[in-house]
Unconditional design. Structure first.
Length: 74
């Protein structure tokens, strides 16, 4: 009779674990994807804001990208 009780206890523990983790197993993937999307969007937004604030003071003509020097011919 002891063998049936251990099987029952194992089954009860497994079903209890399944009930406790149902939300995470069902919604965990989409929630993680949403969290990663929000984090990436936030980081891109921060980088864009950093770049625009930094570039407002400087004119595009004064940046090094516009200072193309043509080498003199010999």
């Amino acid at each position: 009779m002891g063998m049936f009780n251990t099987r029952h206890d194992d089954l009860y523990r497994f079903l209890s674990w399944r009930r406790k983790t149902r939300f995470l197993r069902h919604y965990g993937g989409p929630l993680l994807a949403l969290l990663v999307f929000i984090a990436c969007t936030h980081l891109i937004w921060q980088a864009h804001g950093h770049r625009t604030h930094k570039g407002k003071d400087n004119k595009p003509e004064s940046s090094q990208a516009w200072q193309v020097k043509i080498p003199e011919k010999r």
